[in-house]
Design a protein around this ligand. Structure first.
Ligand code: BMA
Length: 319
């Protein structure tokens, strides 16, 4: 009835958590939900840092092996900008992709407007200077990332609006990163399942020979709070609104004390991956219990095998 494939496909790094407020050169409450890229021979995390007002900003931490010896920048890279209406109460949960065609990084992050959370976009060629593009779509919206390349000449965005109280993952398209259309539901919540209350994109989509690998979080509300677990899906390479496969069960979830104890217990929230081009090992960076940054690894091949062997074919979405 249920395959053992799902068990232990990810291995937690023994040195978890890799980043905590103790690593910060200034006083902070929590460090979590980081974007991740490989840049200049280093793994670079753009970490969400919550200050003692409860507002978040984004700061870089770097490591050669992506596991140890993290160097945290003295100063934040992006702080909420009062000139932008939607950045009054902090900026959170970045996702970052390298746009090969235009040789620049796209950072999508959550900021708070008077109307609720929105997704904002910043572009950067060097991770030192940032060009803010403002809010992409109306509230309420979160958990967004661009695909690393245009598909059929259009930028593609995965995001998670809340509409009529429903929190499904959506996909949208744009010719210029400004005007968005073709909106449709991509990965819906599954009533009764572990991902019944809310779903949201985790790290940016990963291009593989079999399709775009999606790592997403699914939420179930219980009597003692929300459980944030992790599932997988595979999207068609050229028609990314089409789900080829979706995992039945979760492949990762709160287990360790650092995932079960913290500001928000029971949360594993992946937001960045780095894939080693030689070994095809995938490093998944995640926030644990909204308190610290952790990493778990998996073989890319094992994740795809799991989807191909046990995933369900969902057919066309966007009903
Ligand atoms: C989500 C986001 C994340 C957070 C998670 C668990 O809605 O706000 O930043 O990690 O809830 O609290």
């Amino acid at each position: 009835m249920f395959s053992d494939h799902h068990k232990e496909v990810f291995k937690r790094f023994k040195g978890n958590p890799i980043l905590t407020p103790k690593h910060w050169p200034y006083t902070v409450n929590a460090t979590f939900n980081p974007a991740a890229v490989r840049h200049d021979d280093e793994t670079v995390l753009l970490v969400r840092v919550e200050d003692l007002r409860g507002f978040s900003h984004l700061t870089f931490a770097r490591s050669r092996d992506g596991l140890t010896n993290w160097q945290v920048d003295e100063k934040p890279a992006l702080v909420p900008e009062p000139d932008y209406d939607e950045e009054q109460w902090g900026i959170e949960d970045p996702r970052m992709v390298w746009l090969e065609e235009q040789q620049e990084y796209a950072i999508t992050y959550v900021s708070f407007s008077k109307g609720g959370p929105v997704v904002s976009l910043a572009l950067s060629k060097d991770l030192k200077t940032f060009q803010r593009r403002g809010a992409m779509l109306p509230p309420e919206d979160k958990d967004a990332s661009l695909f690393p390349r245009k598909i059929n000449d259009r930028y593609v965005l995965i995001h998670r609006p809340i509409i009529r109280g429903e929190a499904h993952i959506w996909i949208s398209f744009s010719p210029d990163l400004k005007h968005w259309g073709g909106h449709r539901i991509l990965i819906p919540v599954r009533p009764g399942w572990w991902d019944c209350t809310r779903v949201g994109l985790g790290p940016p989509p990963i291009e593989t020979d079999l399709g775009w690998l999606i790592i997403y979080h699914g939420v179930r509300v219980t009597v003692s709070g929300s459980l944030y677990r992790v599932g997988l899906a595979l999207l068609d390479l050229e028609e990314p609104w089409r789900i080829i496969k979706r995992s039945d069960g979760w492949v990762f979830g709160p287990q360790e004390p650092y995932e079960r104890l913290g500001d928000v217990p029971g949360v594993t929230f992946p937001t960045g991956t780095v894939v080693n081009p030689e070994t095809k090992e995938l490093f998944m960076y995640y926030g644990a219990a909204d308190s610290c940054v952790c990493v778990a690894t998996a073989k890319l091949e094992d994740l795809l095998d799991l989807l191909v062997c046990t995933g369900k074919e969902e057919g066309r979405s966007g009903r």
